[in-house]
Structures are given as C-alpha cells and as structure tokens.
Design a protein around this ligand. Structure first.
Ligand code: UDP
Length: 322
C-alpha cells in the first residue's frame, strides 16, 4: 500500500513508519519538525519505499498532492503535550483544528481512507473506569487552558464523523491513552521520559500534585500494531476507538518503579501543580480505557507489561546523548 503518515517524524509516527516500511509498504511522511525530529527517521532516508516531505499539513496544496498519491492517510500530526499546549495555546488550536480539516478535505477530494488521531484527554474530568467511547464528557472552565487541547481534538472527531455521514468518507478515529516508549521526548511535559531522564541523572524525580492521579500507559509498539490492524478493518469505519493499556498505575508508583528499574539514587519529590503548570491547572485524576471495542474490531489490544516498557525506554535513554 501507499501510505501517507502526517507527523511521521514524531514519536508514534516514526515508530509506525518503521513498521510499515519494514513490511514493504511505500510510506510518505510529512512533518514540519515542530516537535518531531529528523533523528527519528534518518535511518529510513536511503530506502526506496520511504519518502520524507518537510512541510506543514497547513499547506493544502502539498497535502492535496501527497493524498492523491496515497491509498490511505494516517493523521498523527498535532500539537501535543500538556506543557506545549499551555505554552503555545494559539498554535496548538490552529494546528489541531485547521490541520485536521485540511487532511479531511484532501482525503475527501480523492476519496481515500483516513485514520484520525484523537486523545484520551477528551474524557476530561471523569473519575469512573473504564472510560467508554460513548461516555458523556466533562470539562472545567475555558480559563483552564489545558482543556483547549481536548476541545480541539473533539472538533476533529466531530468533523471527521460529519465527513463520514455526509460524504461517505472512510474515517476511523482512535483515542490514544498515554503512549510511551523509545523516541518520546520529555520536552513537552510527558511524564515517563521526564522521570527516566531525572532518574538516570540522579536528579530529583518531580511528581506533580500528590501523585495519587493514575494513568494506563501504552507501549508504542502495541499502538503501532493496533493502528496497522485498524487501517485494514472495514468495520472500524465511522467509529471512535480507544487504544490504551491495561495496567493502571499512580504517578507516585510510576516514579518508584522507574527509580528502581534505573538503579537510581534520585529522591522522589512532590511539586504543587501551580508550581509545575501555573495557576488554573486541573489534572485528570484517573484515566483507564475500555478496550472492548478495539478487541471486538481487531481481535487484539495492547498487552506489554508496564515494567517491560519502562525497561526498554530506560535502555533507549541510556544510549541517547541528550
Ligand atoms: N507529571 C508529573 N511530573 C512530571 C510530568 C508530569 O507528575 O514531571 C504528571 C502529570 O501531572 C499527570 C501525569 O504525570 O498527572 C501524566 O502527565 P503527562 O503530561 O505525561 O500526560 P497527561 O497529563 O496528558 O496524561
């Protein structure tokens, strides 16, 4: 297949591209390197079934041309990371809404199947578990800029579904739950690469809040497997699907596990939210996905144990210079 991956130089995108290229697909990556990195795709540059285009998805002319050549589009390009979104609110909203609109427009013009990345952030402040795709959603006030990311991604979901309903476009929407693994950067706030770097340097591990908030972390390799299967799953068309892990862990316990697995002498410290993110910050205190729909559709769900993912990621950071 000819596959266009937007954001293919990023963390999930480059891992997905590796997999697709190695199984023989022709993959074109468009990425403006705003948060992605050439390092993630450098090893692919000499391969005949890989092409890299350094441009923004906001360039509709280029996107149109690339979409025309593809059989399927996987849209991962986005402004991501709580820290990044808080520091760049306008760019984030623009990329996440306008960018997806352009991707959908081009896919519709050439009638190509398109997978749209959404996020578990859309579940907002729910405390129950597991979170199901059809749940109602609850947010805080608009002054809490964190929720702008969820709101923008929700607009993407609605727009994609509207394209499906009115124009019969083949859209598949997936909500990722805290994907982790090699190539994720800690620069935009993500907790696992931050804790691992702190642990490897014997610096204090900074747990925000009281550390009782939980997440279910998902191995990037398992996300790649899920996406590869979803891409070929006709029953997933017009659906929203969670992709997440199974092991719920508190952030305090995560810090303890990383410290132990990295043989670190770091101290684990609690940092108040307002010191970490500024005022008016609200965290999600619990985030556990229902994976029923994913399993029913593709007969698979992410299953790599957390400690194994952490070990792989620690090894990656040991060999990385920064
Ligand atoms: N977090 C933390 N220390 C850090 C970075 C993040 O304790 O240095 C916490 C953060 O407040 C949240 C959890 O870890 O409760 C996951 O944060 P991340 O930004 O990775 O993802 P998200 O909040 O989007 O789930």
């Amino acid at each position: 297949m000819n596959i266009l991956v937007t954001g293919g130089a990023g963390f999930i995108g480059s891992n997905l591209t590796d997999h697709l290229v190695s199984r023989g697909d022709n993959v074109t990556v468009i990425d403006n390197l705003s948060t992605g990195s050439l390092d993630n795709i450098a090893h692919l540059q000499r391969l005949s079934n890989f092409k890299y285009v350094n441009d923004t998805i906001l360039n509709e002319e280029v996107m149109d041309e690339l979409t025309k050549e593809a059989d399927c589009v996987i849209h991962l390009a986005a402004a991501v990371g709580v820290k990044y979104v808080l520091e760049n609110p306008l760019t984030s909203i623009e990329t996440n809404i306008k960018g997806t609109e352009i991707v959908l427009n081009c896919a519709n013009r050439h009638k190509k199947r398109v997978l749209i990345a959404s996020t578990s952030e859309v579940y907002g402040k729910h405390m129950h578990a597991p979170l199901k795709e059809d749940d109602n959603l609850i947010y805080g006030p608009p002054s809490t800029m964190r929720w702008s990311y969820a709101a923008a991604k929700l607009v993407d979901e609605f727009t994609a579904l509207a394209y499906h309903r009115t124009k019969k476009l083949e859209v598949i929407i997936f909500r990722c739950f805290n994907t982790i693994g090699p190539r994720q950067t800690g620069l935009y706030g993500m907790v696992v690469p931050r804790f691992i770097k702190q642990a490897l340097r014997d610096e204090p591990i900074t747990v925000y809040g009281d550390g009782t908030q939980t997440r279910t972390f998902t191995y990037v390799g398992d996300v790649v497997e899920s996406l590869t299967r979803l891409m070929e799953c006709d029953a997933a068309i017009g659906e929203i699907i969670n992709i997440g892990g199974k092991e719920e862990v508190s952030i305090k316990e995560l810090a303890e596990r990383i410290k132990k697995l990295a043989n670190s002498n770091s101290e684990i410290i609690l940092v108040p939210y307002n010191q970490a993110y500024g005022k008016d910050f609200e965290d999600m205190m619990r985030r556990v996905p229902s994976l029923e729909k994913l399993e029913a559709l593709i007969g698979y769900s992410p299953n790599t144990p957390l400690d194994e993912i952490l070990k792989k990621t620690i090894e990656y950071f040991r060999t990385k210079a920064d």
